[in-house]
Design a protein around this ligand. Structure first.
Ligand code: MN
Length: 723
């Protein structure tokens, strides 16, 4: 590959930024070349070809002089003897800061496991929030590394880089409007991750191309003629879609390979917004539309600022094509992304541009999540999800636009409006009708959130929200709430344990032993006891070493009440370990779905050949059918409560009013019940009838929840389900 020469690079930068510091670019070029010396890339090329490619790539996006110099120097701190101090001395503080930002990212990129990848993303967000140019250089670096990925010998390493590109860098490129970069990164990563799929799509494309001759050329000609006849001035271009975007469509639409025909995209660039809609009219009146393919990103732009009209038609020769229509101004933004707004003036004065990343709302939201996530994995989970999804656009009653990832619910909407609105939301009206908070919102929905000061974030919301912001707020709330409970419980346990030895428990008493237990504060230590990770006995024995020789007392460490919800699969495996007396060893055990027996219920087992034992409550109506076969009955009873979660089911009738469902779930959550399913079985003008499945410890726990629900206004009746 021919390397770009020094003067070419300078010429390119000066072509769009006449005030660029030519001398500094030259010095950076020479400095990087000298520093990288005889280092080689995996391809065998001199290492120095890489920073030049990266810098050259960025000139296509008309990036400022500082970004170009940063690109030239981006690997010098990492891979050569050069230091940040050298760079600052030679190129100034701004460049040194930018290079440092990119370097930090490179260092962590070498890690492979999940936690490290998350940490990587965290640092990336922090670095780019300070200056978006760090991200631009990083993306260009990634593009070149992906283009040369096949030179890397180790398959695992190639795969890791490709995955990271697909999951992190491509979505980030899209976020800042770098559409071309996003598509190239995705397609290169796709080639590494699914080579067979990509090859077969390419083979199909080749086949269609051979059959069709210069199909794109013929379609272009006809489109040009059509617009000319309508008196519209336009520049039109056409291309095949990338194999990756075709593959995505095949997955989403469940289209078979043979039906694959929607492979060409055409772009019409016109002078004004009016011309965009006129062009659309001309195309729609000449060619039949493909249903559901029209999108108006002019009236509702994408969050990254992208504007265009998209439509699908059966175009010339009845071929399915996609047409994107935009003005030249929109085209510039679509091509250059964030850099489209940077203006350069002749004469070398500071160009007018905003490089502070915090101007981007999504980046501010990422930062907010970052500050409050308890660990990097949680952060990754929040953000990755969000970046992948398409958007839906909804409106507040005042007509303000809120864009959300698809699948978003009124709770996501509420949090997007304001954290406070999210925390206190009890219900939602979607297009004027009261809808459950878990409803999936659709494009164009008008959403009105009903709030109540008494409401707090509901742990069950976490199951259906899709935005990182909502999830992070809910988790934060649960954490503080759980923590408070652990502290209360821990304090009670310690009080008793200390008293048993004849002492009063005070915060001061444990002050001296915090370090030993690696507790950050007294509350922290108490919470550890409440949580059960530390026993009261250990604390007592450490505070009063002279007691160590005494015998243990049972009951000093009480089982904590708060449990983490367990995955269903895990629980099923444990079913056989459930402590029930009277079982035949080795036999499979199921809990009946009709009566949902709980520890504390009187129970009976029914033996079924090949299925094992099914456990029913003694008053279950279904037992009638076994009345004639007493030999199948097993007399069973519960052992002590086992600490596992069990499924209880309740029937409710509640008033059909805003907020009642919210108060039902809140009451259940406050009583430490974990809702696993909620079904509306009947719905009238006045009432809802619901079935709710709740994970509880035992029958007493469920009875408590039922009692609490009965004490709630707007709930007409609550019964344990019996059928
Ligand atoms: Mn690099």
């Amino acid at each position: 590959m021919a390397m770009m020469r020094q003067f070419e690079l300078v010429e390119r930068v000066k072509s769009y930024d006449p005030g660029a510091d030519e001398d500094a670019i030259n010095r950076a070029y020479v400095f990087a070349m000298k520093m990288h010396g005889s280092q080689k890339r995996a391809s065998g090329d001199p290492y120095f070809s890489h920073p030049i490619e990266v810098a050259g790539f960025l000139t296509k996006y008309r990036l400022d002089c500082a970004s170009i110099i940063t690109a030239l120097l981006h690997d010098t701190i990492e891979d050569t003897p050069a230091t940040q101090a050298d760079i600052e001395r030679l190129f100034g503080a701004e460049i040194a800061r930018l290079v440092d930002g990119v370097t930090k990212l490179n260092r962590i990129e070498l890690q492979s496991d999940h936690a490290k990848q998350a940490e990587n993303l965290r640092k990336l967000v922090l670095a780019m929030s300070e200056d978006i140019r760090v991200l631009l250089v990083k993306l260009a670096d990634r593009v070149h590394n992906m283009r040369t990925l096949h030179y890397i010998a180790k398959p695992e390493k190639r795969r890791r880089i490709a995955l990271e590109t697909m999951e992190i860098y491509a979505p980030l490129a899209e976020r800042i409007g770098m559409q071309e970069i996003k598509m190239e990164l995705e397609d290169l990563a796709f080639g590494e991750l699914h080579p067979e799929a990509r090859n077969s799509i390419i083979a199909r494309l080749n086949f269609l191309r051979e059959q069709g001759g210069d199909l794109i050329g013929r379609i272009l000609d006809e489109l040009r003629r059509t617009l000319e006849e309508a008196g519209i001035q336009a520049s039109i271009s056409g291309r095949e879609k990338t194999p990756f975007s075709i593959w995505l469509k095949m997955q989403k639409k469940n289209v078979g390979f043979e039906q694959l025909s929607d492979i060409m995209a055409f772009r019409v660039v016109v002078g004004s917004i009016e011309d965009c809609y006129r062009t659309l009219g001309v195309i729609h009146s000449k060619y039949p539309m493909v249903p559901d393919r029209f999108k108006d990103y002019i009236s509702t732009p994408k969050p990254n600022g992208y504007r265009s009209l998209h439509t699908g038609v059966f175009g010339p020769e009845r071929h399915r094509i996609e047409v994107q229509i935009r003005s030249s101004e929109m085209h510039e933004v679509a091509e250059l992304g964030v850099a489209a707004h940077w203006k350069y003036k002749a004469g070398g004065s500071q160009p007018a541009r905003v490089t502070d990343g915090r101007q981007y709302r999504w980046l501010r939201e990422l930062l907010d999540i970052l500050e409050h996530a308890s660990n990097p994995e949680e952060f990754l989970e929040h953000t990755k999800l969000e970046m992948f999804q398409d958007q839906v656009f909804c409106f507040t009653p005042k007509g303000d636009l809120i864009s959300l990832p698809s699948g978003a619910t009124p709770v996501d909407f509420a949090y997007a409006v304001h954290s406070q609105v999210g925390d206190t939301c009890v219900g939602a009206k979607v297009n004027g009708r009261i809808m459950p908070l878990r409803t999936r919102l659709n494009n164009g929905d008008q959403v009105e959130i009903v709030t109540s000061k008494a409401q707090t974030p509901n742990p069950t919301w976490e199951r259906f929200v899709v935005t990182g912001k909502a999830r992070a707020r809910i988790r934060r709330f649960i954490r503080t709430q759980q923590r408070a409970q652990y502290v209360d419980l821990g304090r009670a346990i310690l009080l008793r344990a200390f008293r048993a030895e004849g002492y009063d428990f005070t915060d001061k008493a444990v002050d001296g032993v915090l370090k030993i237990f690696k507790a950050a504060s007294v509350d922290d230590l108490i919470a550890m006891v409440g949580e059960g990770t530390l026993t009261a006995r250990e604390v007592v024995a450490t505070v009063f070493p002279e007691l160590k020789t005494r015998t243990q007392r049972p009951g000093d460490n009480v089982v904590p009440i708060a449990r983490k919800p367990k995955a269903t699969a895990e629980r099923k495996d444990k079913a056989s370990a459930v402590p029930i007396k009277g079982l035949i060893p080795g036999m499979a055990v199921h809990f009946a779905g009709c009566c949902h027996p709980l520890p504390g219920d009187r129970i009976v087992g029914i033996v079924t050949t090949g299925k094992g034992v099914t456990i029913h409550t003694i008053d279950c109506e279904n037992l009638e059918q076994y009345a004639e076969t007493p030999e199948r009955w097993l007399d069973l009873s519960w052992d002590e409560a086992d600490g596992n979660a069990h499924l209880g089911r309740i029937d409710l009738v509640v008033a059909n009013e805003p907020g009642t469902l919210g108060s039902v779930t809140t009451v259940i959550a406050k009583n430490m019940g974990n809702i696993t399913n909620l079904k509306i079985t009947n719905r009238t003008v006045e009432f809802f009838e619901l079935i709710i499945d709740i994970e509880v410890r035992d029958v007493k726990h469920l009875t408590n929840i039922i009692a609490a629900l009965r004490a709630t206004p707007a709930i007409n009746s609550v019964e344990r389900a019996r059928n």
